[in-house]
Write a protein that binds this ligand. Structure first.
Ligand code: ZN
Length: 308
């Protein structure tokens, strides 16, 4: 079973201790990911919004941990910088790591720094976390700062030229639609769910989902309990409800996985090894073998192949 997951926050956990990316007590490690057949993981570089230099320092520390893992575990993990690497026989049993920046605060107004991060392996970027920044409005932005800024637009144009995936998780609806007005490649919303089933500000409303399908993009469904259901307990079936709802609304071609493992304490599937249950969970809700393959990996791979 091939699995692609679009969001994991383990790097920000690891910089606080000496645990390894290969084997640790958190939601995600390489060893367990490979055991369930995972082939691609987006690794988030994340720090709470702060002054640009402070953010960049944290980002670089997390990048260092990832680069160290590539050196220490070359038989198990490699940096995905061109999608053709996925077809290389030598990588067949390894985990491909996509380096992702969650929020552009570390760039400040120096957009050219994206070239440095690109050289280090960055291939995916989300403009914002929850608050507004120089690039766009996050979901917590007041109305007047909720749109895409000229600087944000310039960064997207640079990303377009370089081949960096654009992620609109965390972005305010106004910025979301500002981007879709001119962005003509498939985009990703790497870790969100359906607002219709769980009215959390981080989830996508139906009009956003429809626009995403029009764009040919994908949404990675997240395990964060607060984004799955308003009331406890939250069980795996509640998570699958989101996939069923969105597949019916906009088509199964937009449905993907974006766990947010190690990004929240309360999650539905307890950790990456529980992805082993996904095929049975999906099958029990009427998804065909082909559709399950699209959800677990095919849809996300389509966008990856198109962008990088
Ligand atoms: Zn996030």
């Amino acid at each position: 079973m091939k699995i692609v997951d679009l969001h994991c926050d383990i790097l920000s956990k690891l910089v606080e201790n000496e645990y390894s990316l290969y084997n640790n007590p958190y939601h995600f490690d390489i060893k367990r990911a490979l055991q369930v057949g995972q082939r691609v993981q987006f690794f988030s570089l994340f720090t709470y919004p702060d002054e640009a230099d402070a953010c960049m320092r944290q980002i670089l520390l997390q990048t260092t941990r990832l680069l160290q893992a590539f050196r220490e575990y070359p038989d198990y993990i490699y940096p995905l910088t061109r999608s053709e690497q996925l077809d290389d026989q030598a990588n067949r049993d390894k985990l491909a790591a996509v380096m992702h920046l969650e929020g552009g605060e570390a760039l400040g107004a120096n957009l050219e720094l994206i070239y440095l991060l690109y050289e280090l392996g960055l291939r995916s970027l989300a403009l914002t976390w929850n608050p507004p920044n120089l690039l766009a409005g996050g979901v917590d932005a007041p109305e007047e700062t909720s749109g895409l800024t000229p600087l944000g637009r310039e960064l997207i144009n640079r990303m377009n030229r370089m081949g960096v995936i654009l992620d609109l998780a965390h972005i305010a609806p106004r910025s979301f639609f500002d981007v879709l007005e001119f962005y003509d490649k498939p985009l990703m919303v790497t870790h969100s769910n359906a607002y219709h089933l769980c009215p959390h500000r981080r989830n996508l409303k139906d009009d956003q989902l429809k626009a995403l399908a029009q764009n040919g993009g994908v949404i990675g469904f997240t395990q964060v309990s607060d984004f799955v259901k308003e009331t406890s307990p939250v069980i795996p079936g509640d998570f699958i409800d989101h996939l069923v709802y969105v597949a019916e609304l906009i088509g199964v071609e937009s449905v993907a996985l974006g766990s947010d493992f190690d990004g929240a304490d309360k999650i539905v599937l307890p950790s990456v090894e529980a992805y082993a249950d996904m095929p049975v969970l999906l099958e029990s809700r009427g998804f065909s073998k082909k559709e399950i393959e699209l959800i677990l990996s095919g849809n996300a791979l389509r966008v990856i192949h198109r962008l990088i």
